[in-house]
Design a protein around this ligand. Structure first.
Ligand SMILES: O=C(O)C1=C[C@@H](OP(=O)(O)O)[C@@H](O)[C@H](O)C1
Ligand SMILES: C=C(OP(=O)(O)O)C(=O)O
Length: 434
């Protein structure tokens, strides 16, 4: 079900706003999976509450984890997770929605249980690549039925243990294939030696996040040889963590400073983080912004114009970056993002179609986008059920009058409050100037 067309707020004057961002999807869903296989009861403080995290919670409950909401110190309840009992028997169906983290991370966990777990999701999820997960499970001695086409739906037939050992996959389509197997590998009888056989793995920061989270819980991971990850069998310590805010989802708000030639501040920016969104601090100056991090507050001020850029490996930051490229005064190139064709939608095709529909000049390359300057006009920016397409439309709408985002509610995938947060950000400026 899609929401009513959303007239994107236009910033008639430079923004001057402070914004607080909800918790990281990638960290929340990693910690949820790890809590389900940890050595004791775990607590996630200030986690993300969104469609993707809800889908993960439902999936883990279906597999036998106990997950309780308890009051926390902020607006979102904490989650207390009782792990899945050893040798648990299960017969379950998992709805993955459109969540890559659910459709990739949960099947290897299901393989550790006794019984059948079927996986399916939204129609758009049924075309997202899954073959390396199916191949990895088969290589680890786990039976999977109906996944021969490398797509959902399929069923994992667990026997209560996974042998583990060496397995080779081509993870060029998504870093999540690697993260998925690593997350539960310490529970495999022989541990894991995972090898990537393809050219290069995308979104390497997300793999580093997985490795660092595992190490923080006492899991031994050797990633010293490129394209190889070795996980020793052993315990996964119970934990109590406070989730960082989602620095990728901070992107549209920071981009708003550039789109309006104003200033946006985000407090509580983590000083040491594994999130790819920390790269905004390197990326936004290339677009002409001034960026500073003082006392944990990230402040971004837009320059007099948005400069064209040539940037590689922006991963999930690419749609927000592409929106800025569409507003830039010079030509831009985004490289190393071919795998975005397998995200919530084919993001390269979608960005080209929507930017060009507003009068822009964007073309696909084999591994990314070229976006040349062109005067934009109002019109409908389609979302393709993709939260980051919807927020890209919002960024452009700040600078171009008359942009309407079709289905802004799709931002609920990772940030259900986005429309209100965006309106509040624009309203802060109005209040300041009144
Ligand atoms: O592991 C994760 O949490 C993610 C990994 C990345 O996937 P890809 O490697 O498919 O880009 C990223 O784009 C996605 O939003 C989240
Ligand atoms: C690619 C993304 O999501 P997913 O976790 O569904 O892969 C994303 O959030 O940009």
């Amino acid at each position: 079900m899609t929401s009513a067309p959303w007239p994107a707020p236009f910033a008639a004057t430079p923004l001057d706003a402070t914004v607080t961002i909800p918790a990281s999807k990638s960290l929340t869903n990693r910690y949820l999976v790890l809590a389900a296989v940890a050595d004791g009861v775990c607590r996630l403080r200030a986690p993300l509450a969104s469609r993707d995290s809800d889908l993960m919670i439902q999936a883990l409950r279906a597999l036998g984890a106990g997950i309780q909401e308890v009051p926390g110190s902020g607006p979102v309840p904490d989650l207390v997770v009782t792990p899945i009992p050893a040798g648990h028997c299960v017969d379950a169906s998992v709805d993955c929605g459109l969540a890559g983290t659910v459709m990739r991370f949960v099947p290897p966990l299901a393989a550790l249980l006794s019984g059948e777990v079927s996986f399916d999701g939204d129609p758009a999820a049924r075309v997202r690549p899954m073959a390396p997960i199916v191949a990895a499970l088969a290589g680890l001695g786990v039976k999977v039925s109906d996944g021969a086409d490398g797509l959902m739906p399929f069923t994992v037939h667990g026997t209560g243990t996974v042998r583990g050992g060496h397995v080779a996959i081509d993870a060029a389509g998504s870093s999540q294939f690697i993260s998925a197997i690593l997350l539960v590998a310490a529970r495999f009888t022989q541990g894991l030696h995972l090898e990537h056989t393809g050219e290069s793995v995308p979104s390497v920061d997300h793999i580093s996040m997985t490795v660092q989270v595992l190490r923080s819980l006492g899991v031994t991971v050797d990633d010293s040889t490129p394209k190889h990850w070795i996980v020793a069998p052993g315990p996964i310590a119970a934990f109590d963590v406070v989730l960082e805010q989602d620095l990728s989802n901070a992107g549209p708000f920071l981009a708003a400073a550039l789109a309006s030639r104003g200033t946006v501040r985000i407090p509580n920016w983590p000083l040491n983080t594994t999130q790819v969104g920390d790269k905004w601090r390197e990326i936004l100056p290339q677009f002409g912004a001034t960026v500073s991090l003082d006392d944990g507050v990230l402040t971004v001020t837009g320059g007099p114009e948005i400069l064209g850029v040539d940037i590689a490996d922006t991963s999930e930051l690419a749609p927000s970056a592409a929106a800025l490229c569409a507003l830039a005064t010079g030509p831009s190139r985004l490289r190393g993002i071919a795998h975005l064709r397998g995200h919530e939608t084919d993001r390269l095709a979608a960005l080209v179609a929507e930017i060009n529909a507003l009068g822009g000049n964007a073309v696909e390359t084999p591994d990314g986008l070229i976006i040349n300057p062109a005067p934009l006009h109002g019109g409908v920016f389609h979302s393709y059920e993709d939260h980051r397409m919807a927020t890209a439309g919002a960024i452009i709408g700040l600078a171009v009058p008359g942009v309407t985002v079709e289905d802004i509610a799709t931002t609920a995938k990772t940030m259900p409050a986005f429309p209100q947060m965006w309106a509040d950000m624009v309203a802060q400026t109005t209040v300041t100037e009144a």
